[in-house]
Write a protein that binds this ligand. Structure first.
Ligand code: SF4
Length: 356
């Protein structure tokens, strides 16, 4: 329960002028683009603290940002006055997701380990940005796994951020950090939000003029029931599952063939193009030779004509032109032709048997 309304606190904050002097401390904020992390930035900016937002890229969230950094940076600055830096932690993140010390939440979301990894990374970057502490938009009691009081404490301890991790949205419910004790941060201007409700955050968004923000956890596929089920299965099948595999796992229709190989069929033009963009050595691309249709990617196979025919027939099943048989072209990453199969569309039974 909140004991002090955010409106009261914001009005109080806005009555202070923003005075960022050359001696103002700098902090690194774990920034997801979600409302809580934007608010964390705003609360500190209003104290004149210099905020640098770190946007982490992993195979499971933020990945779309890869290659579009300058557009996103301009948008964050224009929309929210927030300067951000993107940090790609894909390899380390995937390693953690396969074996999180504190386990998974409801789905494949290893929230405590996820936070520890990001805070630890931010701590290591303090010197690079001449910053003195780390900030998150966590709210006590908002999420069942990572935002319980004991979990917040574990995150602080295991990331090596003892005393240097500030949660401005719930600070008044937590013990004062070193920055508050030293007077670098004015504790009286921090907030005391708790719980799962979003009412207070929405009121704060209105006060700060924040109009666009995604749904909470909306960008993390590890908290998605369908994708998590698929990820669990592929981690079991292929322990060496890598970042490129993660990208593939998040698109298309999926099939596991008898040799435990993996067939993915694009569902639209965008996915077909994406499949082509991530094909690599050892993969086989499938296309319909004579009519338009989806693109398929066959991976982790031990090649045999029997399995190739199953893969080709599954691809045929998703062409719009329904004929008794079709030609399917199998080619390697460099477009080298492997084989052309004439095959019939897979039956419902085959689709159900191999579908994931
Ligand atoms: S929902 Fe996803 S991004 Fe958020 S803490 Fe959990 S694992 Fe990390």
């Amino acid at each position: 329960m909140n004991t002090k309304s955010p409106n009261h606190q914001i009005t109080k904050s806005l009555n202070h002028s923003i005075t960022q002097s050359p001696n103002s401390p700098t902090c690194l904020v774990l920034y997801s683009g979600g409302l809580d992390s934007i608010l964390a930035c705003k609360v500190l900016q209003e104290q004149g603290i210099h905020v640098i937002a770190l946007y982490f890229i992993t195979p499971f969230f933020g990945y779309k940002l890869k290659g579009q950094e300058s557009i996103s940076k301009k948008k964050a600055l224009a929309d929210h006055g927030i300067q951000f830096e993107k940090i790609d932690i894909s390899e380390a993140y995937l390693k953690m997701v396969k074996s999180p010390e504190y386990g998974y939440g409801k789905y494949m979301n290893p929230c405590i380990d996820c936070r520890i990894l990001m805070v630890r990374k931010a701590m290591k970057m303090l010197g690079e940005f001449n910053a003195s502490f780390v900030v998150t938009g966590e709210v006590l009691g908002q999420r069942p796994m990572s935002q319980r009081r004991d979990a917040l404490r574990i995150i602080e301890r295991d990331s090596g951020a003892d005393g240097l991790l500030l949660r401005p949205l719930s600070a008044l419910h937590l013990r004062p950090t070193d920055m508050e004790n030293k007077g670098l941060v004015d504790r009286s201007r921090l907030l005391e939000l708790t719980g799962r409700g979003r009412k207070d955050q929405i009121a704060l968004a209105v006060k700060y003029g924040i109009k666009e923000y995604p749904a909470p956890a909306g960008g993390c596929v590890l908290a998605d029931p369908i994708l998590s089920r698929r990820l669990k299965r592929v981690f079991e099948l292929w322990p060496d599952f890598d970042v490129n595999d993660c990208v593939l796992a998040q698109m298309g229709k999926h099939f596991i063939l008898p040799d435990r190989s993996w067939l993915v069929i694009g569902r639209d033009e965008r996915e077909n193009a994406k499949i082509v963009s991530i094909i690599r050595k050892g993969d086989i691309k499938l296309d319909l030779a004579r009519v338009p249709g989806p693109t398929g990617l066959w991976r982790k196979m031990i090649y045999s004509d029997v399995n190739a025919d199953i893969a080709a027939s599954i691809l045929c099943r998703y062409t719009k032109v329904k004929k008794r048989s079709e030609e399917v072209k199998l080619s390697g990453p460099g477009s080298e032709n492997i084989k052309i199969f004439r095959t019939v569309p897979a039956s419902d039974e085959t689709i159900n048997k191999y579908g994931m």
